[in-house]
Design a protein around this ligand. Structure first.
Ligand code: GAP
Length: 522
């Protein structure tokens, strides 16, 4: 994984955000190669989900929606992680992700250095914890409690109570100054009722002030599809079953950020809500689970590193009778790439109740199961394939990354990104063998043809040809076109294929078409 992270920085895929200021935890910037790769991946998804189907249409909704959306969807009350503070090292961590430890088992603690261990032992003794000893930077003699876990950083069993922490980012809308309103209220309580009354109501005053203008950055793109269900259905006369697709940024104040861009606070999703007739969900869940597995393979992920895993009953969201995860074998093990969930009519019911707007669909052809007559008005059920675009990008990089050892002497060793050609940031490297004898001019003309056709290409004349091939292999350029001494004689160039380094001569005039065809056939 470390090699992939370092390639990402070296070759301009992903940088740590605000790096010159020490970086911001869990925030990343996509560099010149990364932005192309991400766009290519998302465009492939859009083409497959929207442009290639007549039953799915697109949406691009605002990131900030009415706060009642999140109230109705349940995100305000229950989109939270259980958090615990360690009383020894001060770490705040997710209880459900902490290392497991059976009650009564030894719970040795390890601090960063001797001094910190000594200070921690003093603190524990002051807290009344007896029978503990220090050995270097370790503290021994503690036992795990009935929580079933210990601190994820130092291993301590001395922990605060669990608290629920909402994952949505809160902001305020409009020119109102919530802090000013809070300050006025605090002054009034202080003057009229005194400091004791203030102590009892301080939290509520602050919460009320912030809440009056509170809006949230969306934690998923899905809700916009539910609240726009009727708009889309009516404006395009869509017939059930049909889907609404959206891709874009989502935000979660994740407590545990992990594995580079795998889990971050700002990320991109590609989600589709497929509205179906009640009673047909099982069939559509099967359909979309398979379709999504096929798509990940089509864009180049290895078949043996993908699997479909049905959620156990204790993992299922309370509204979902069945959910399948598309999992990928990341360097740290199998992990979620996409969830395909059967969501019943939970969301449309929640928004109907909260908005008092009927979100029903009328199907004149269907037989109403209650009356036995033609014409059925119902709330559609939903199948939701919800994928992570930034997580998909990481999977594509992991799958494509290879270090080839070369021959016995190491000759021919290289690092190569075997990205699917349509995902590759640069489709063709255009390389004059040397910077003389008219080669740069011909190479420039070929590059111009590519630019005019909108096929991403890079004219590259710096360094020896071997170095240039190596550079293009590292960013995953599938084809390199080299103009050499023979070009002037027979109007041909060499096309070099990234994966097997095979080289062929093709006509200069056909170069663009050869690359376009290879991309279309890939
Ligand atoms: N609307 C349903 C929904 O949002 P989810 O499983 O929470 O479901 C869907 O998210 C996908 O979004 C996940 O499978 C994952 O690929 C991606 N995702 C979720 N949280 C993420 C995070 N913090 N960082 C990166 N990707 C994330």
């Amino acid at each position: 994984m470390q090699s992939i992270v370092s390639l990402c920085k070296r070759r301009g895929f992903v940088y740590q955000s605000s790096e010159i200021y020490g970086g911001l935890k869990s925030a990343y910037d996509y560099g010149p190669m990364g932005v192309e790769l991400k766009r290519n991946l998302m465009n492939e998804w859009w083409t497959s989900m929207v442009h290639s189907r007549e039953d799915v249409v697109g949406l691009d909704a605002s990131i900030i929606m009415h706060p009642n959306v999140w109230k109705a969807s349940g995100h305000l009350s229950s989109f939270s992680d259980p958090l615990v503070d360690c009383k020894v090292c001060g770490e705040r961590f997710r209880a459900d992700k902490a290392p497991k430890a059976e009650e009564g088992a030894d719970a040795p603690m390890e601090l960063p250095d001797k001094g910190k261990a000594k200070a921690a032992l003093d603190k524990l003794e002051k807290m009344g914890e007896a029978g503990l000893t220090r050995n270097g930077k370790s503290i021994l003699g503690a036992k795990a409690g009935d929580r079933g876990y210990v601190c994820s950083v130092c291993g301590s069993p001395f922990l605060s109570e669990e608290r629920q922490f909402n994952l949505m980012f809160r902001s305020s809308l409009g020119p109102v100054d919530p802090m000013g309103a809070a300050a006025d209220k605090i002054k009034a309580v202080l003057n009229e009722q005194g400091p004791e009354a203030l102590q009892a109501s301080l939290r509520k005053i602050l919460e009320d002030a912030v809440q009056s203008t509170a809006v949230y950055l969306r934690p998923e793109t899905a809700q916009a599809m539910f609240v726009n269900f009727l708009n889309v259905q009516q404006s395009l006369s869509m017939k059930v079953p049909f889907g609404i697709a959206q891709m874009g940024k989502s935000f979660r104040n994740e407590v545990t950020v992990e594995h580079f861009i795998f889990r971050s606070c700002e990320f991109e999703q590609m989600e589709m809500e497929y509205f179906v007739q009640p009673g047909t969900s099982e069939k559509w869940l099967e359909h979309w689970s398979q379709a999504r597995m096929d798509w990940w393979q089509k864009i180049g992920l290895s078949k043996d590193k993908l699997r479909l895993r049905a959620h156990e009953s204790d993992e299922l969201a309370h509204y979902s009778p069945a959910t399948n995860d598309v999992e990928y074998l990341f360097p740290w093990g199998w992990d979620e790439l996409e969830g395909v969930a059967s969501r019943t009519d939970y969301d449309l019911t929640a928004h109907t109740n909260a908005s008092k707007k009927k979100l029903q669909y009328f199907d004149p052809e269907a037989t109403n199961p209650e009356t036995g007559k033609k014409g059925w008005r119902y709330l559609p059920h939903v199948i939701e394939p919800a994928a992570g675009a930034t997580r998909g990008l990481l999977a594509a990089l992991c799958d494509a990354y290879a270090e080839e050892p070369g021959d016995e002497q190491g000759k021919g060793a290289r690092t190569v990104l075997r990205l699917h050609p349509r995902l590759a940031p640069i489709k063709a490297g255009i390389l004059p063998l040397v910077k003389k004898e008219g080669m740069p001019e011909v190479a420039r003309r070929i590059a111009d043809d590519f630019f005019k056709a909108g096929v991403t290409a890079k004219y590259d004349e710096q360094h020896a040809i071997g170095k240039r091939y190596a550079r293009h292999d590292e960013v995953g350029t599938p084809y390199c076109l080299t103009v050499d001494g023979d070009t002037a004689k027979d109007e041909t160039v060499t096309i070099r294929y990234r994966d097997d380094r095979r080289q062929e001569r093709i006509k200069v005039t056909e170069a663009l078409e050869v690359v376009k065809k290879a991309l279309a056939d890939a």
